[in-house]
Design a protein around this ligand. Structure first.
Ligand SMILES: Cc1cc2nc3c(=O)[nH]c(=O)nc-3n(C[C@H](O)[C@H](O)[C@H](O)COP(=O)(O)OP(=O)(O)OC[C@H]3O[C@@H](n4cnc5c(N)ncnc54)[C@H](O)[C@@H]3O)c2cc1C
Length: 416
């Protein structure tokens, strides 16, 4: 069933009786050519591109809960490619370009909204660092504009420009950045993959790997053993737990990251705005709620609820840059478990176990990477070789010292 304006009108006139479920609900088969563990954005995108770009068949996605229940449905929906380092910038720009054509490709409205991402700067040194970042972005084909204080004031007059501690001097704007409706990304990829024959199996937790003579043979699950010579793991916050079942210890810590939504307000915020002197960022949803967040909770955890000190820290950041937020009432808040790598960059690589592939370490920022991550992970699984834009995301970079550290601050997860 394809979605179109014609279809919408026809269903509207005939009592909406013709709509079908977006994907099938198959029982797990005994064997597949490729298994993807984790039905988040990255796992579903990988399955879709394996089938759509690399012509692979007999693919299953195994999800322990329900689609959209993980970070893909918990994030604050921001997409951007404002990275600086050569290992990162081309990859995230590749992702942004995929977002730009995604809805047509998968025939699903994911509400891709390129309203701009503005990073505020508060000092001359920070302006110079942003200028350098903007130039690096432009050199690799992305878009960036350095704005002065008055440009920012025209865009967002409600900001506190003269805060005694953090006066706003300007900002780095990426006009093509923006937001995408997060759970629609999971549903859209799931539907598109299902149409290509991928089995999407929910309520199916992977509980172990069967490995013989250094090769993966299949996975143990809560619904029985499933054989496959190729297994890709994309389980975000559960990466360390799942890979431990294959005998691997990852350079990843799992932390809870919280998000917040206020009551609905009149349209006020043009795009995404980030505070440059603390951890706070905000956008406004189509329903009017302010969607905002900040730092991770400092301790390792697999509990998807956060602690009050971080709530206070986020609220302080909001008040420092945008005092009017103090009048808004908080409607909802929640947490997701993020897979914080030790340099803030992801891992997309083979593992020492033949046939077992890893996609992890997305920290706070894996949603924007969803299309590219799925694309390059599918490339790796289908060809055995890393995709050109993801060749730096090697697992052994921590051992070899070739880290990709955008902040240049070392192995401190809360700084990425
Ligand atoms: C509050 C918050 C805000 C964020 N904001 C942004 C943002 O604005 N922009 C951005 O780019 N990124 C953001 N992120 C990060 C982004 O959401 C994640 O990096 C990304 O979604 C991770 O990839 P995923 O979608 O595949 O993860 P998930 O959706 O978490 O998918 C992993 C799946 O694996 C499943 N799983 C785990 N263990 C097993 C098992 N044993 N067997 C089977 N399945 C298993 C889980 O149930 C889950 O569904 C945010 C994250 C959070 C928590």
């Amino acid at each position: 069933m394809r979605f179109s304006a014609f279809r919408l009108i026809r269903e509207g006139l005939t009592g909406n009786r013709g709509w079908k479920p977006l994907w099938r609900d198959p029982a797990p088969g005994p064997a597949y050519d490729h298994i993807i563990v984790g039905g988040g954005g990255h796992g579903l995108a990988t399955a879709y591109y394996l089938a759509a770009r690399y012509g692979m068949r007999r693919i299953a996605v195994l999800e322990k809960g329900w689609l959209g229940g993980g970070n893909v449905g918990r994030n604050t929906t921001i997409i951007r490619s404002n990275y600086m380092l050569p290992g990162n910038q081309p990859f995230y720009e590749f992702s942004l370009k995929l977002w730009e054509g995604l809805e047509q490709e998968i025939n699903f409205n994911a509400m891709v909204s390129q309203r701009g991402v503005l990073n505020l700067y508060h000092s001359d040194a920070q302006r110079d660092a942003y200028r350098r970042r903007g130039n690096a972005m432009i050199l690799s084909g992305a878009d960036a504009r350095l704005l002065g204080r008055e440009d920012v004031r025209r865009m967002a007059p409600f900001l506190d420009f003269d805060n005694a501690r953090f006066p706003i001097r300007g900002g780095l704007l990426q006009p093509r950045g923006g937001t995408v409706r997060h759970d629609a990304v999971a549903w859209g990829y799931a539907r598109a993959a299902d149409r290509l024959g991928v089995d999407i199996i929910q309520n199916c937790e992977v509980t172990g790997f069967r490995i013989a003579r250094g090769r993966v043979e299949g996975v143990e699950t809560s619904r029985g053993y499933i054989a496959a010579p190729s297994v890709g793991v994309a389980v975000a916050g559960a990466s360390s737990q799942v890979m431990a079942m294959a005998g691997m210890r990852l350079p990843i810590e799992s932390h809870v990251l919280q998000a917040f939504v206020s009551e609905a307000l009149k349209p006020a915020i043009p795009g995404v705005i980030t505070f440059g002197a603390g951890h706070f960022y905000v956008s406004q949803s189509d329903k009017g709620g302010l969607v905002f967040g900040g730092d991770i909770d400092g301790y390792n955890s697999y509990a998807r609820r956060g602690n009050l000190p971080v709530v206070e820290d986020v609220a302080e950041g909001g008040m420092a840059v945008m005092p009017m937020i103090g009048r808004a009432r908080l409607l909802r808040m929640w947490g997701g478990i993020v897979d914080m790598s030790m340099d803030g960059s992801p891992i997309i690589d083979r593992t020492p176990v033949e046939g077992l592939f890893l996609n992890a370490g997305w920290c706070y920022g894996g949603f924007k990477a969803t299309p590219a991550s799925g694309h390059v992970f599918a490339h790796l699984i289908a060809t055995g070789q890393p995709h050109a834009t993801a060749s730096a995301y090697r697992l052994d970079r921590f051992e070899r010292g070739l880290v990709i550290d955008e902040k240049g601050m070392g192995a401190q997860p809360n700084l990425h």
